[in-house]
Design a protein around this ligand. Structure first.
Ligand code: NAD
Length: 277
């Protein structure tokens, strides 16, 4: 039996159309939602992500400004840009594209973003709110995963969700969101022992590792829902963290590309609209 492919592109399209309508109505009231993206350096993947975000904003009627800084820019210069965006009343959402070049202090920059404009949801105020069960801005990728589960009516309450990866961007907020929906949550990471045994217990398995083909069929319970967050470049192709053979074992599976990545962008638009509202 072959898994049902969860079509992130189709679900994201519905979200984007809804957001475009709401944006139009906000603009008619004199408010144009405005996302400012700060991009430091020439990282090719970051350039692509920023271009995709920019295009998605334009299509939805959301104003997008990209501030490009040189690879060698100083911490002070970057912080000055963030401060000026915080002060700019026409800007509703601020996103600093990660990763930053090595010499820059990422956590100091993220802490500087006005929490009310933090559409990526990486500020400690927003992660704390998520942890307390009073979410404001939720990180776009795990939020997109939840919306995809909802769109496919995948039951979450009481189910065992296993997340592989414990980053602040994906793994940890993913765990909080699943917990808030009454899943029993296990987080695995690079030091986890017997990871395949734990993964095999999952009703919902989320892979956010950054290693192509990390999740193999023997790690998946037959019929489980497998969410592939990974984005890896192999020989010029984009592949996820889940081996293709898993499609024969899982009940539901997100493709890469065309799965979670599409939802991430839709949720960024949703958060920006929310900030403007
Ligand atoms: P990260 O590097 O910050 O975290 C990776 C996690 O994987 C770590 O917590 C680490 O403990 C765990 N890990 C590494 N090796 C492991 C191993 N051998 N066994 C078990 N766990 C291991 O990465 P991230 O930012 O969380 O991103 C993860 C992946 O998701 C990457 O491929 C990234 O490109 C992708 N990503 C996709 C989207 C999207 O929109 N689809 C968004 C963000 C990240």
């Amino acid at each position: 039996m072959s898994a049902v492919m969860m079509d992130g592109r189709a679900v994201a399209k519905v979200w984007k159309e809804k957001i475009a309508k709401q944006t139009e109505s906000l603009i008619s009231k004199g408010i144009t939602p405005h996302l400012a993206v700060v991009l430091v350096g020439e990282n090719p993947a970051s350039q692509v992500y920023v271009r995709n975000k920019e295009n998605a904003c334009i299509k939805a009627g959301i104003r997008s400004t990209v501030i490009r800084l040189d690879e060698g820019c100083t911490q002070q210069a970057l912080e000055d840009v963030v401060r000026s965006l915080n002060r700019d009343a026409s800007v509703h959402g601020i996103l600093v594209q990660l990763p930053l070049p090595e010499h820059l202090n990422e956590s100091r920059v993220l802490a500087l973003i006005d929490p009310d404009k933090d559409v990526d949801g990486f500020h400690a105020m927003n992660s704390g709110r998520l942890m307390n069960g009073q979410p404001r801005f939720v990180p776009c990728t795990p939020l997109g995963v939840m919306k995809l589960l909802e769109a496919y009516d995948i039951p979450v309450a009481g189910k065992h969700a296993v997340i592989i990866g414990r980053s602040n961007i994906v793994g940890k907020p993913m765990a909080m969101l699943l917990l808030a929906k009454d899943a029993t949550v296990t987080i695995c990471h690079s030091k986890t022992q017997n990871l395949p045994d734990i993964a095999r217990q999952a009703d919902i398995l989320v892979a956010a590792v950054g290693r192509p083909g990390f999740v193999t069929a023997d790690m998946v319970k037959p019929g489980a829902t497998v969410i592939d967050v990974g984005i890896n470049r192999v020989d010029g192709q984009i592949v996820g963290d889940v081996a293709p053979e898993v499609a024969q074992t899982a009940g539901y599976l997100t493709p890469v590309p065309g799965g979670v990545g599409q939802m991430t962008i839709a949720m960024l638009l949703a958060n920006t609209l929310d900030a403007a509202e």
